[in-house]
Design a protein around this ligand. Structure first.
Ligand code: GDP
Ligand code: MG
Length: 163
């Protein structure tokens, strides 16, 4: 049995970085500049013995403040509906921002199976953001560093029962 994992969350939390790590190829563009990745991107993910489909949500980077919420909602809902499980990512260095709360609401209303991840979790600069993540009410955050490959064993443990 395989499953589909959707990576969701506001721009710049590290979704494409994690997508690239899971897929093992540079299928998703990662950039510090906004406007680089678009819409939904699908790849074959691997983690330990697991093989699964992974969806990267993008396409929000160019949105203006006015259109951001609507586009964010539509894209995220599409990804959630395609997925068996959503990895909802926040940036632990930035802490919980209002945009993160919007995503948390979308996921709650969709009653999706959600794993909350506090990414950019390497180092002490992430400590307070990881604690803030508990306030989202989506369970214990998984501390990750997509860039440095930290927390991948714990992610595997959480995904294994779904497979
Ligand atoms: P996305 O917009 O959510 O897809 O985010 P990206 O994957 O494009 O990453 C946005 C920025 O965060 C890039 O500069 C990444 O290199 C950086 N980034 C991603 N993961 C990590 C991480 O674990 N730690 C740190 N420090 N930076 C990260
Ligand atoms: Mg991206």
């Amino acid at each position: 049995m395989s499953f589909t994992l959707a990576l969701v969350g506001r721009p710049n939390v590290g979704k494409s970085t994690l997508f690239n790590r899971l897929v093992g190829r540079k299928l998703a563009l990662v950039d510090d500049q906004p406007g680089v990745t678009r819409d939904l991107r699908e790849g074959e993910g691997r983690l330990g013995d697991l093989r699964f489909t992974v969806i990267d949500t993008a396409g929000l980077e160019e949105a203006t403040d006015d259109s951001l919420q609507g586009r964010m909602r539509r894209l995220t809902e599409r990804a959630v509906d395609m997925a068996d499980v959503c990895l909802f990512m926040i940036d632990a260095r930035a802490g919980v921002l209002p945009a993160d709360e919007v995503f948390a609401d979308i996921l709650r209303k969709r009653s999706a199976h959600v794993i909350l991840a506090a990414n950019k979790g390497e180092g002490a600069a992430a400590d307070s953001g990881v604690l803030e993540a508990y306030s989202l009410g989506l369970g214990d955050p998984l501390r990750l560093s997509a860039e440095h490959g930290e927390g991948m064993g714990e992610l595997l443990e959480m995904l294994a029962p779904i497979a």
